[in-house]
Ligand binder design. Structure first.
Ligand code: SAM
Length: 198
């Protein structure tokens, strides 16, 4: 199973954002939605072997995390507005239970941020996607159960970086150029696709 954890430092955990002005009204949730598309959607389908966590650390209801599982997700469309509606509906549902609570097919939400994600991961090998780190083409990458943590447009803060280091996350880069978070995901997925036995 491939997992991607996108850390939205200001991405809103409340549903009251405007679909007509997503970047300005949502703490750049749009960045995370593009990551969701990049991780989960391929031409004419979903990556059934992939799980995406959007960690929403912005606004008065934070932290909350939306989890989307490719294995069971349905009606996931590639355009940002549709993805925003999907996340908005998940955030609008009443808060209940502990850990990840299912909202609809393949979509679940937790009251909590990074700790809720870590508790949910199960057996996995953690990596931190980071500019300037060793190239993932030159490390012994786990292709069975990797989990990749990455930042939003603001990157990853020092406290989170320390938490991930304590978890044993190995920093890796996708090349010498700092790219957008969703592009980093595409490059990782492509690398895993190339290494997957056919
Ligand atoms: C747009 S970048 C963040 C830029 C931000 N200004 C900073 O300095 O961290 C968003 C995220 O994509 C990932 N990323 C971007 N370029 C990368 C690269 N070359 N290798 C690995 N990860 C990368 C990192 O996780 C980064 O936090």
């Amino acid at each position: 199973m491939r997992r991607f954890v996108v850390l939205g430092q200001r991405a809103t955990a409340s549903p009251g954002f405007s679909l007509d002005n997503l970047p300005a009204s949502s703490g750049r949730l749009d960045v995370l939605l593009r990551c969701l598309r990049a991780a989960l959607l391929v031409s004419h389908g979903l990556r059934r072997d992939t799980v995406v966590y959007l960690v929403l650390l912005g606004g008065p209801e934070a932290p909350r995390t939306v989890r989307v599982e490719g294995a069971t997700a349905q009606f996931v469309r590639p355009d940002e507005r549709s993805l925003a509606v999907m996340v908005q509906k998940a955030l609008a549902a009443p808060r209940e239970g502990q850990g990840f609570v299912a909202r609809r097919h393949g979509i679940a939400i937790a009251d909590g941020g990074l700790d809720a994600v870590i508790a949910d991961l199960g057996p996995s090998v953690p990596y931190l996607l980071e500019e300037g780190a060793p190239d993932l083409r030159e490390v012994a990458l786990d292709t069975a159960d990797p989990v990749f943590f990455l930042g939003d447009h603001l990157g990853v803060d020092e406290v989170t970086r320390a938490r991930l280091a304590a978890l044993g996350a190995a920093p890796v880069s996708v090349g010498p150029v700092s790219v957008h978070a969703d592009d980093a995901i595409v490059l990782v997925s492509n690398e895993l696709d190339r290494r997957a036995p056919r």
